[in-house]
Design a protein around this ligand. Sequence first.
Ligand code: NAD
Length: 521
Amino acid sequence: MTTTLERVAPFTNQAIKTFSDPADAAAMKDALAAVRARFGEHYPLVIDGKKIETEKKIRSINPSHPDEIVGLTSSASKDQAKEAIAAAARAFESWKRTTAQERAAYIFKAAELMRQRRFHYDALLVLEVGKSWVEADGDVAEAIDFLEYYAREALRYAQPHPIVPIDGERNELVYIPLGVGAIIPPWNFACAIMAGMTTAAIVTGNTVVLKPSSDSAVMAAWFVDLLHEVGVPKGVVNFVPGSGSEIGDLIVSHPQIRFISFTGSKEVGLHINELAAKPLPRPKWLTRVVAEMGGKDSIVVAADADLDAAVEGVAISAFGFQGQKCSACSRAIVDASIYDQFVEKLKNRVAKISVGDASVQTNYMGPVVNEAAFKSISEYIEIGKKEGRLISGGKRAADKGYFLEPTVIADIDPQARLSQEEIFGPVLAVIKAKDFDHAMEIANNTEFGLTGSLYTSDEKKIERAREEFFVGNLYFNRKSTGAFVGVHPFGGFNMSGTDSKAGGRDYLLLFMQAKTMSRKV
Ligand code: NAD
């Protein structure tokens, strides 16, 4: 089973389904019923290819109906986490000797199966994390893209690399894997980010322990099963759900962990970075940490912007998937000359957003992910009501389920908590800027630097933003969310992380080291 870069078609993105085709909508309804029929299923740990049920379980609930249990995942003990790392270390000895062609072939096969089962993956996201149908399909499409893209990238890195020739020597540079990695993804792109981080690590020849988020452990279990189904050898991917404090710290500081690939909050990212830097009994390397963290993303609306387009872009970026995207717009920074008009139009637009059970096709917004998120976001709404003027929302949207109204709070001071802290929910701060200079100053006034967007019709303002707007992903006259693999390599500056640029040509380098070999001739 081999494949080469020349033999695979060039990468193209999966189109995201709108479900306007009745056949797609019918298939999705069937898939939702099929996933519901599996509610309550048990998902064991997978260590060295062996499935292990533990007594302690992680309950994955449906945030639209918190009394429904989507699945029960086994929860690894400290000893089991250590066993998983040992298994990955053993498997590394043979996996590192496989060719990129062999490894890529497994991943292409996994991508194909995921395409075939796409609606089931969509349905699981709707039920496990509360994504709307379209958002769920975007997540699964992105996962397939990551698989297809990274497999091609692994083949590209396996090709000869240009080296300056010199008389009397033959020189070459090859990329080799690092070793055993810890993969620690978030729940918010439960399929795409989890699958992307895992795939990047193994397609480059590393072996991993995957510790998923407890809010989306079933999706990770499905993906691990899929990898084994296509023949990825035992021990290459070890599945160890568990609590961050119980086994997370152990995994991160384990001496056999060579690298950590983390995506999540700033707080946990900083904690992991600190643990990984400690000179414990670490054998002979600096543990490599790739940490993609939070955001406080702004859309700047200049005086000369197309106002309707800006309102639309802000509403979608702020409230798509309930504002639970690292790229979500949580601050609209609006020029004073159009501020009142903007706020009025935004209020009218937000009034059209429907909130409710994510499995109902017509609901644009579903629930937030869990009770803790519901409480924390609700607290921020109360803070916001004191810091500014409530324009839309501000309340729970239904009795049961973690539903919150899309909330807009205007007249927020640039230094207010609502302007500075990541809320990770459907709460938008609107901030008035005196002029464009002031807007740029506000846009850069947080510790984060993930995404940003500018609506303007003035080329000079675009030029200035290109120079000054300090974010990893900057957009003009479009929403701040919806990065496509290969098209918009993704990652942020400052406290938004190590700018790994997932879905870009540099990403796989983070999972490899280069070896130069010189031979006298
Ligand atoms: P989180 O930080 O709470 O958790 C992320 C992962 O870390 C989870 O798997 C969790 O179980 C694990 N974890 C928690 N404590 C740990 C510990 N002590 N040791 C090891 N692992 C531990 O984040 P979340 O709520 O899952 O995700 C939301 C956050 O992720 C937001 O801040 C969002 O901005 C960020 N995010 C960033 C990007 C990006 O590309 N920059 C993408 C998606 C999400």
